[in-house]
Design a protein around this ligand. Structure first.
Ligand code: UDP
Length: 314
């Protein structure tokens, strides 16, 4: 049995990952400050003798009595609504101080550590689809920079800890992911559209809806994270994880409307600053090195996500 620490463990990805790791027979320590995470996301796990929750902000060092085998570093507000505005500085601190604190913990424990990086490191991409060797086009002073540059700095820290401190690192760049345990008020496009449709509220497309995203169902993404963590030590990444099927936001809105049969009407709002016009992962590296590719088409994943939201926010 491995002892595995998951930061951001009560968040959307974190709670799905904790559940998977417990089901696989591991001891899981879930760490979160619950800023965007929610304890109710792990309510079903808390009775398990193999699950422990620690309320902690990873911008501070974490003293822990257990010997840790693996660390998944997922802690960070991840939706534009959560990381912009008054939480921008905390977002950068979480990326940077959080990475240092978790890398130090990995070093002391001789643990493998996986960093959840992001497609945001590519910014507004000039290369499409995005491959890992594309260095990106990020506005370093824009409203998304706290997250984008924070995550870029974290990648840099991970590779320096590997080079200079022999820490066993893994870096994945996660593209848009959706599914059960997202928060209704998270502000991301899939949760917004589904919850708006279920509540017969206007469906808010930002800009003209021609911008694209590629949406990965959460179970597929979690499988990729676990495969990457347990891959050969020599495979450090960065590796893209996401679903290469690309949709416009307008197409997504139509799919949600027709699936839910809502009375909602579609309205258009201003496009937020620095909102990327397109995004799609090239997942060749993940296919070759991890034998991984997503299995869930958007239509099927939306059905499962709608069923989840019907039970929580309708
Ligand atoms: N978006 C939208 N309506 C919403 C929320 C988001 O049109 O209610 C758009 C947003 O402008 C972006 C895309 O959907 O172009 C994805 O946004 P999200 O916040 O989910 O993730 P991002 O990829 O921007 O981090």
């Amino acid at each position: 049995m491995r002892t595995i620490l998951v930061t951001g463990g009560t968040g959307f990805l974190g709670s799905n990952l904790c559940r998977r790791l417990i089901n696989d027979g591991n001891q899981v320590i879930c760490v979160d400050n619950n800023y965007t995470g929610r304890l109710e996301n792990v309510a079903d796990l808390r009775s398990s003798p193999n699950f422990e929750f620690i309320k902690h902000d990873i911008t501070k060092p974490l003293d822990i009595i257990y010997k840790i085998d693996q660390i998944y570093n997922l802690a960070c507000p991840a939706s534009p609504k959560a990381y912009q505005g008054k939480h921008a500085i905390d977002t950068t601190k979480t990326c940077v101080y959080g990475a240092i604190n978790m890398l130090e913990l990995a070093k002391i424990n001789n643990a493998s550590i996986l960093q959840s990086s992001t497609s945001e490191v590519y910014g507004e991409p000039f290369v499409h689809p995005q491959k890992e060797d594309y260095r990106g086009n990020v506005n370093p002073i824009g409203i998304r920079a706290c997250y984008d540059e924070g995550k870029r700095c974290a990648e840099s820290l991970f590779f320096d800890y590997a080079r200079h401190e022999n820490v066993k690192i893994k870096v994945v760049r996660i593209f848009n992911t959706y599914g059960p345990y997202m928060a209704c008020d998270d502000g991301r496009v899939i949760s917004n559209f589904i919850c708006q449709a279920l509540q017969n509220q206007d469906i808010t497309i930002y800009g003209d809806g021609s911008q694209t995203r590629s949406f990965c169902y959460v179970d597929d993404l979690i499988e990729g994270l676990v495969l990457m963590m347990n891959s050969d030590c020599s495979l450090k990444g960065p590796i893209n994880l996401g679903n290469p099927a690309e949709f416009t936001i307008k197409e997504l809105a139509s799919m949600v409307v027709s699936k839910i049969g809502t009375k909602s009407k579609i309205i258009y709002k201003d496009l937020p600053l620095d909102d990327p016009t397109k995004r799609r992962p090239d997942i060749t590296l993940a296919m070759q090195n991890l034998n991984w590719k997503p299995k869930t088409p958007l239509s099927e994943g939306l059905d499962k996500t709608i069923a989840y939201f019907k039970g929580t926010c309708a």
